[in-house]
Design a protein around this ligand. Sequence first.
Ligand SMILES: NC(=O)c1ccc[n+]([C@@H]2O[C@H](COP(=O)([O-])OP(=O)(O)OC[C@H]3O[C@@H](n4cnc5c(N)ncnc54)[C@H](O)[C@@H]3O)[C@@H](O)[C@H]2O)c1
Length: 245
Amino acid sequence: MTRKVLLTGAAGKIGSFFRNTYADDYEFVLTDIAEPEDTQGAPFTQADLSDFDAIRPLFDGVDTVVHLGADPSMDATWESLLPNNVIATYNVFEAACQAGCRRVVYASSINAVLGYPRDQQVHTSQPVYPINLYGATKCWGEALGRYYSAAHGLSSLCLRFGAVQERDSEWIHWDHEYVEIIQTLEDNASLIAAAVEAGADVMFGNFHGISDNRYKRLDMTDTKEILNYSPQDDAFDMARGRGNL
Ligand SMILES: NC(=O)c1ccc[n+]([C@@H]2O[C@H](COP(=O)([O-])OP(=O)(O)OC[C@H]3O[C@@H](n4cnc5c(N)ncnc54)[C@H](O)[C@@H]3O)[C@@H](O)[C@H]2O)c1
């Protein structure tokens, strides 16, 4: 049976790409505070995730919530993060729990661990180390996932996306400081789908999300072994024709 997937942040970059890629695979229900350019016929509700009563009905009958809606800026202020990342993420987990959804796939971020020195590979077993308030709010979401999975049996898979970019992005360049944390939109969409499809026994986890870059700032062992993530791109390979090496 086709899974019913509630997609928050559906008008955003990652949400639009994921929905377009998997339009035939899932029964999508879309929500965002902004209107998407194209819903491809999927039902859309314009709502603020910080308004619990406005969003709660959207969760009824949903199998998996893919929670992307947030302020994604590394420079985001507390005034924006409190409603859009902190309250919104609590509302999403609580509404999913009340509605009896099977799973929440939560868009965390590499910013939850970006404080470690750049020459160290980060493993999911290490403590969080956010370098900005935005990253700290992503740790809040991961903590909520752990709580709701343990206390309420709501499977909660947290994906620490790297720098998610189009394949032709200027970030995919030898000179760019973030080349080793690139995740192409194609690999990102496949990771979200892998998390949606992971076995019922996968109740919680923080999973790293970058492409198959030859140097991996984030260790990808769990993501590959537990979620069967199979990235296709290597940002260093893609940069070869573009940079000055
Ligand atoms: N793009 C990246 O490189 C990257 C990296 C790591 C994590 N992430 C995370 O992935 C998710 C999606 O990122 P994106 O790049 O698509 O960002 P985006 O800004 O393109 O999309 C986010 C969407 O969330 C919506 N939104 C924000 N606050 C909302 C609210 N209160 N109620 C309802 N909708 C709200 C926005 O309108 C927007 O459409 C975010 O949670 C972000 O933190 C992104």
